[in-house]
Design a binder for this molecule. Structure first.
Ligand code: FE2
Ligand code: ZN
Length: 407
């Protein structure tokens, strides 16, 4: 963030003649405001609180470089910050602070520059811009074998998943358990639900979930009956269905929600505040279960950005958990959202081919499926979930490694 240059001097300011480094950054400290002003070589100015600088001291007694964790205690940080700075200067590529307490802190200029005043903190993953899409969207395809072998290729796959919320891995072996390989490569582990860590999607008699029937599946996101909903979903097609049957319908829920916000602000507000109660009963490998959780159909983060769609109409619970008026409002608003998501300008269709793994953001991409004839088709998919936290964690590390190796 660029801040305007400050004119004049405040009373009590202790100005150390700025020593210019070879990268031309300079600093001043001010014990009255408790900030260090850094004039970057780019011409911009940052004001950095003493508390932040003392807390992030990189010296061996404050920072464990093996654990990459700070061992300073907050009371000491506050005490040293209160006592102030005796001398601050730029030496070569470092900023050196002599605290009145006697402590000496050194920071690499580039290290500090990367860390001050970013809106969300330092995060290459969240810096990628999200590309919302409609029916014009062309799915991106990646080769499964190359994905397993090449880090640069893996990173590109991750980037598309983050920005577009969906992609397809092609030519995975047509046999079970490929999703474990995928997760090992991309996100560490699979997230287990009551349906297991890898669930089989096949037509079953008296199925405990509509996904296990051959009928039409309405647009939905998975597992809103969990408080912690899975972030990413993988669907591996081991045996496909006849052409034109069991076709996946896919909609960017964040795009629909964004348009809903502009066109129907009242409905948007209701869908971000009132919650559907979702319920799912079943009897799977862990025995009988009753999942129950309430979720607003749309979630908004601290910056006002849409960051979640949780919509699974078949799993709504028959329970009057809202007042009559609230429930009426929720039904009406959900009706507008539902109608919008089925507008042809939002939907793409894709029929999974054998060996495909459809990868998508489970709280963004609404997915459904056209019916198929189970008497002639042996359609067999495996599905699994994984967490964004772990995929992001791998992605940051891979980006750092790719960067280091290209230098
Ligand atoms: Fe689903
Ligand atoms: Zn220190």
């Amino acid at each position: 963030m660029l801040l305007p240059k400050v004119q004049g001097h405040k009373l009590g300011r202790m100005v150390t003649p700025a020593l210019t480094s070879r990268c031309h950054s300079s600093i001043k400290h001010d014990n009255s405001s408790g900030n260090v002003e850094i004039h970057w070589d780019s011409g911009s100015l940052s004001r950095v609180p003493y508390e932040f600088l003392r807390d992030n001291c990189q010296c061996p007694s404050c920072f464990n470089e093996f654990a990459t964790q700070s061992v300073t205690l907050l009371p000491d940080v506050l005490k040293d910050s209160e006592q102030g700075i005796k001398d601050a200067r730029v030496l070569d590529d470092q900023i050196v602070l002599q605290w009145n307490s006697g402590h000496l802190s050194k920071f690499k200029i580039d290290w500090l520059r990367e860390r001050v005043y970013t809106r969300r903190g330092r995060d290459i993953v969240r810096d990628f811009k999200c590309n919302l899409w409609g029916s014009e969207h062309k799915l991106k395809f990646f080769d499964f074998k190359r994905f397993l072998e090449n880090d640069g290729y893996l990173f590109e796959w991750m980037k598309v998943l983050v920005t577009e919320g969906i992609n397809v891995l092609k030519d995975a072996p047509r046999k079970p358990d490929q999703l474990s390989l995928l997760a090992n490569r991309a996100s560490g582990f699979l997230y287990s639900t009551m349906y297991g860590s890898i669930f089989t999607v096949k037509e079953k008699p008296n199925a405990s979930n509509l996904a296990y029937t051959s009928g039409y599946l309405a647009l939905h996101t998975d597992q809103p009956y969990y408080e912690y909903q899975p972030g990413i979903q993988y669907l591996h097609c081991i045996t496909g269905s006849p052409k034109g049957q069991g076709v996946n319908q896919l909609v960017d829920g964040w795009k629909v929600a964004t348009d809903l916000r502009a066109e129907h602000p009242k409905a948007f507000e209701i869908l971000t505040t009132l919650k559907f109660l979702y319920e799912q009963r079943g009897n799977e490998m862990f025995g009988k279960f009753i999942l129950l959780n309430d979720q607003s159909p749309i979630g908004v983060n601290q910056f006002g950005e849409i960051d979640r769609v949780s919509y699974n109409y078949p799993s709504r619970a028959a329970s009057m958990h809202l007042s009559a008026q609230e429930m009426k409002d929720l039904y009406q608003a959900a009706g507008i959202f539902h109608k919008m998501m089925y507008d042809s300008k939002y939907m793409i269709e894709y029929q999974l081919e054998e060996g495909d793994i459809l990868c998508f953001h489970n709280m963004r991409i609404l997915h459904g499926r056209t019916p198929y004839d189970a008497t002639t088709s042996q359609r067999w998919l495996e599905g699994a979930y994984t967490s964004w936290d772990n995929l992001h964690a791998r992605m940051r590390a891979i980006e750092e490694e790719l960067n280091n190796s290209s230098q």
